[in-house]
Design a protein around this ligand. Structure first.
Ligand SMILES: C[S@@+](CC[C@H](N)C(=O)[O-])C[C@H]1O[C@@H](n2cnc3c(N)ncnc32)[C@H](O)[C@@H]1O
Length: 267
């Protein structure tokens, strides 16, 4: 089992490493697999436009705004305030970190954590482009968060926890780093029905945020088991189904998965 977990993590890391490298090469346009406004001109909504408001996207350089790999908008429910300290688990190119940084302002701070070195490099380059001084990106795993206990006001995460082979550890760690009264505000993929065996056993589908997803109730129970209270969840549309159904890779998943927005508190 431990070997399986290692294999999954390595596959996930390599897959997102490639995504980051492709984005670095493509610059402002056309990262692979993600429709961007410069790749799909016209009235088709870009992937990022399915997740974020026009105002949020316009506040960022296009190359940063276009590199959205999430399945929701955790900032929308986080109610961030000036001066708060935010931690983003699996920060990718940094889109949610930069949006959070605008809300917490110069007196606040955002830490983006990602286990893929290429993503950290891309996110740091994005921070440099934006001139975001209140954002720091750390290389590390969300199962062992390199952050002090009781030091963070808000933990956010966007379509990442489903990728972990050890979700109990992730929620336990999120709870540990939060200050008493701190909150968890995450978007993630959950299952509404069992997946077909071929999808469940596919590493590609694990890295694609489907095969590692848990049933919605199991997911929420794990959050409560870590100590969180006042757990509130809301299902929203899965943005990547619209896109990938055209490529025929995820046909049949529409009734089986949901994108869940969850808010919870550390007492
Ligand atoms: C689907 S992408 C989401 C990126 C970003 N949150 C966004 O919305 O654009 C998943 C990211 O999580 C990172 N990741 C996956 N498993 C992780 C883990 N165990 N610890 C830290 N980062 C992880 C990947 O490297 C990748 O950058």
């Amino acid at each position: 089992m431990e070997k399986d977990a290692e294999k999954i993590k390595k596959f996930v890391q390599e897959s997102y490493g490639r995504r980051a490298q492709e984005q670095e090469k493509a610059g402002a346009c056309c990262p692979s697999g993600v429709p961007s406004s410069c790749c799909t001109p016209g009235e088709v909504k870009t992937y990022a436009e399915m997740l974020y408001t026009k105002e949020e996207l316009e506040a960022l350089p296009q190359s940063v705004a276009d590199f959205a790999l999430g399945c929701g908008n955790p900032i929308a429910i986080a109610e961030l305030k000036a001066g708060e300290i935010v931690l983003d688990l699996g920060s990718g190119g940094g889109i949610d970190c930069f949006l959070a940084a605008q809300r917490v302002g110069a007196t606040g701070k955002v830490i983006g954590l990602d286990m893929t070195p290429e993503m950290i490099r891309l996110a740091r380059e994005n921070a440099r482009k934006i001139g975001a001084e209140n954002v720091e990106f750390r290389l590390g795993e969300m199962e062992r968060i390199p952050v002090e206990s009781n030091s963070v006001d808000v933990v956010i995460s966007n379509c990442v926890i489903n990728l972990s082979p050890d979700k109990d550890a992730v929620f336990k760690e999120a709870f540990r780093v939060l200050k008493p009264g701190g909150r968890l505000s995450i978007s993630d993929i959950v299952l509404l029905q069992d997946l077909p065996q071929d999808i469940r056993e596919s590493l590609e589908h694990w890295a694609g945020c489907v095969a590692g997803a848990l049933k919605k109730d199991v997911y929420l129970d794990k959050i409560r088991a870590a100590g969180f209270v006042k757990v509130v969840a809301e299902e929203v549309e899965v943005p990547f189904l619209a896109e990938t159904d055209k490529g025929q890779t995820r046909l049949g998943l529409r009734d089986k998965i949901a994108s869940l927005r969850v808010k919870a508190f550390k007492p």
